[in-house]
Ligand binder design. Structure first.
Ligand code: ADP
Ligand code: MG
Ligand code: ZN
Length: 728
């Protein structure tokens, strides 16, 4: 394992392993079969790449998609690792070259498509060298129960029999136990060890907003993500085409991607996106499998996904580099009926039922008022402890003013009752607003006494009220036909036997990006970052490779925060190992140094990345809420007092204070310490963990202390730690 750590640092340029990577590598190195379940972006590749560099013989990697293979091989070559690939897309010279590099035992890794395996030529080649490890990436493709079954994967079990001494490692992001069992069985794994990593992707900011003017909401969201790569998912091909046309008309850099286009066009658009030639891909769900672009900064769901799995896979395509990424879902009730319509078309009754249950769970997620990570992560069968993630809309929402909403509830319920419980929310709302719609006239509903009795609220407010009625179970949605129906509780409300309390006005900002306090990564020199990004792009174009293969966004962000001036300092940046240093070090150092000279920036390099913050930037920030809160806290107001005054949860105040100290300000620590429940002599152990693992995420530290220190304590301890360890 000493070797493994050394390789992690020298070749890959990373300081520490992500959760489970170390255990998995150890298991593989001791020739024990391993099944690895980690979410997209969790860092599965290192689990076989590092052993491959330690094994004497060859490691083969079976991967289903040629495009994915190409990028991975390119990434490894950029790290100076001898890697071969053999598949049908190669020219005959390339094929021969790769073939020879395996035969002569130069290559440490060989990427293969599953259909190549049973070719005699390949089998003989593999038999002529010493095969140490068989890696099966995207291993769920072996299972008929998975969402992406490939019949060629079924041959892997037989193939394996030819190499009894090689260890086998299967990797997937699919969490269902059934698929996992299938993988182990079909790969003929011998007493396999299963490693299941957490499905919590802490760097994804999760947000759901009621869909109103979806185009304007989309434009606003994109404007908040200028110069960033992202994906917009739509329900239908037509929507993709329309949105692409409208957005590109406004000057956004977009391309469409859906199953109605030719393979050629699709591949072209995907390639443009991967190479940062195009910033935004607008796609149906068909997009993303073959993508391991690490710098996708946002995913916008323009329409409701059909189920949580798809939603999770889709948002998971952002933020692979570990930097914050924004995931916004626009949610409307009419999307439910659209999906229902498709479900109804299914022949098989059982299939219909399954699809409906999935949809129901998705809707519950969208309607949820607690931390989004609760329903999401629990869905994957993982228990989740943190009641405040600080990275979702619900956690950061202001505490809402509760009002008596009995009267609007009664109006709404009467309208549902009078129209025979046959209509959906939008129809009922139109009725209450007295809209002059053909449908209402046609049904004769303009003659009902409820027609036009709800004009005190607008459409948006009624929609929010409707969400609450459903949540409080005074109404149910009939998923079968998409209509709203009364429940046993409804009559209590109608007959004044109980009161209904809720919120009237929309309390959440629509698509406003909520700032996170946590990581220090938000503090970097944006101007320098842009220069580095341009440089990366021009090198990538010269070489004909995707920019993220050269350096990840995270690497560039760290450079623009720390202003490294020497090769040694550059090695301290995440993602820079020896080979990358040799290939690109001097180009980037020259650029950074001349920038610093020009701007008269004198920074001492420190592994503490916040030192890059300029005083200038802090000044511009004054007047912001976290600054105001930080200052008031320092004047003596307690956490609870501030929470009360701002009408927010105490955790929100903690988030603001974290941000305040992250930017180099000090807080009075006694006000924090009095809220920490562990004794002071235990602080040091936690601080050492921060030192080792960084302060961006807390879950690794929570696990490290066997869940014995609460998240609230960890949040507070992080403030104390940052308070003492950030140079201002
Ligand atoms: P997966 O295959 O699980 O989707 P990858 O193996 O492609 O994920 O890794 C996602 C990203 O995380 C890559 O950019 C990778 O270089 C980075 N990464 C992996 N392990 C580490 C680590 N220990 N420290 C920092 N970054 C890492
Ligand atoms: Mg992978
Ligand atoms: Zn949350």
């Amino acid at each position: 394992m000493v070797r493994a750590k050394q390789i992690l640092k020298d070749i890959f340029g990373y300081d520490s392993f992500r959760p489970l990577q170390e255990e998995i590598i150890q298991n593989v190195l001791s020739m024990k079969d391993s099944l690895v379940i980690m979410p997209t972006g969790g860092g599965k590749s290192l689990c076989y790449q590092i052993p491959a560099l330690i094994f004497e013989g060859l490691t083969i990697v079976i991967s289903p998609l040629i495009s994915l293979m190409k990028d991975q091989v390119e990434q490894l070559r950029q790290l100076g690792i001898k890697t071969a690939l053999l598949n049908s897309s190669l020219s005959s010279e390339e094929y021969q070259f790769n073939f020879q590099s395996v035969k002569s035992k130069t290559a440490k890794l060989l990427y293969l498509a599953p259909e190549s395996l049973l070719k005699d030529e390949i089998l003989n080649l593999l038999k002529s060298v010493n095969l140490d490890c068989i890696t099966v990436d995207e291993a769920h493709c072996i299972s008929e129960w998975g969402h992406d079954f490939r019949k060629e994967y079924r041959q892997l079990g037989n193939f394996r029999r030819n190499f009894p001494s090689a260890v086998c490692i299967g990797l997937t992001a699919t969490a269902t136990p059934r698929v996992q069992d299938d993988i182990m069985k079909n790969l003929n794994m011998v007493q396999p060890k299963k490693f299941i990593a957490s499905f919590n992707r802490e760097n994804l900011f999760l947000q759901v907003s009621p869909k109103r003017d979806s185009f304007q909401q989309t434009v606003d969201f994109l404007n908040e993500h200028k110069n960033q790569s992202g994906i917009i998912y739509c329900f239908s091909r037509k929507q993709v085409d329309d949105l692409h046309e409208d957005l590109s008309y406004l000057g956004f850099s977009t391309k469409p991607y859906h199953a109605g286009m030719s393979d050629e066009d699709r591949n072209k658009n995907q390639d443009l996106f991967i190479k940062d030639e195009v910033q935004i891909i607008i796609a149906t769900i068909a997009f993303g499998m073959g993508i391991n672009k690490s710098n996708v900064r946002f995913v916008l769901h323009h329409d409701l996904p059909k189920n949580i799995e798809s939603y999770y896979q889709e948002i998971g395509r952002s933020g692979r580099d570990g930097l914050r990424s924004d995931c916004l879902l626009l949610f409307s009730y009419s999307d439910i009926s659209k999906i229902n319509y498709f479900i109804e078309q299914k022949e098989d009754e059982k299939e219909r039922l399954v699809a409906k249950t999935h949809l129901e769970t998705m809707v519950k997620y969208a309607e949820s008022e607690i931390c989004r990570r609760y329903p999401l992560i629990n869905y994957f069968g993982e228990s989740y402890h943190n009641d405040f993630c600080g990275m979702c809309d619900n956690c950061l929402a202001e505490e809402k003013e509760m009002a008596d909403i009995t009267v609007p509830a009664q109006k709404f319920l009467s309208a549902v009752k009078r129209t025979g419980e046959k209509f959906g929310a939008n129809y009922i709302i139109d009725l209450l607003l007295g809209e002059e719609s053909d449908r209402i006239f046609h049904n004769g509903h303009h003659n009902l006494s409820v027609y036009g009795i709800g004009k005190e609220f607008d459409k948006k407010q009624w929609q929010i009220l409707t969400h609450q009625f459903v949540r409080k179970e005074i109404l149910v949605r009939d998923l079968e036909v998409g209509s709203l129906k009364l429940t046993p509780k409804s009559s209590d409300v109608l007959f004044n036997k109980c009161k209904v309390r809720g919120i009237i006005k929309e309390a959440k900002p629509s698509t406003k990006r909520m700032k996170l306090p946590a990581g220090s990564e938000e503090n970097y020199d944006h101007e320098l970052y842009e220069l580095l990004r341009k440089k990366r792009k021009s090198i990538a174009d010269d070489k004909g490779i995707p920019p993220f293969v050269i350096f990840s966004d995270k690497t560039l962000v760290q450079m623009s925060a720390a202003y490294p001036q020497t090769e040694n300092e550059l090695l301290g940046i995440s993602g820079i190992g020896i080979n990358k240093l040799e290939t690109y070090g001097s180009i980037f150092l020259t650029l950074i140094k001349s920038y610093c000279t020009r701007k008269n920036i004198k920074t001492k390099f420190s592994s503490n990345l916040t030192t890059g913050t300029s005083k200038q930037k802090l000044k511009n920030n004054s007047g912001k809420r976290y600054i105001v809160i930080g200052e008031e806290f320092n004047k003596g107001k307690s956490l609870d007092k501030l929470a009360e005054e701002y009408n927010v949860k105490p955790q929100t105040i903690i988030s603001h204070l974290t941000r305040y100290v992250t930017e180099g300000n000090k807080v009075r620590s006694e006000g924090i310490k009095e809220k920490i429940s562990i004794p002071e002599d235990k602080y040091q152990a936690v601080f050492s963990s921060f030192k080792e693992e960084g302060t961006t995420t807390l879950s690794n530290i929570f696990e490290k202390f066997n869940k014995e220190i609460s998240y609230v304590d960890l949040h507070l301890l992080r403030i104390i730690y940052l308070n003492e360890n950030i140079l201002s």
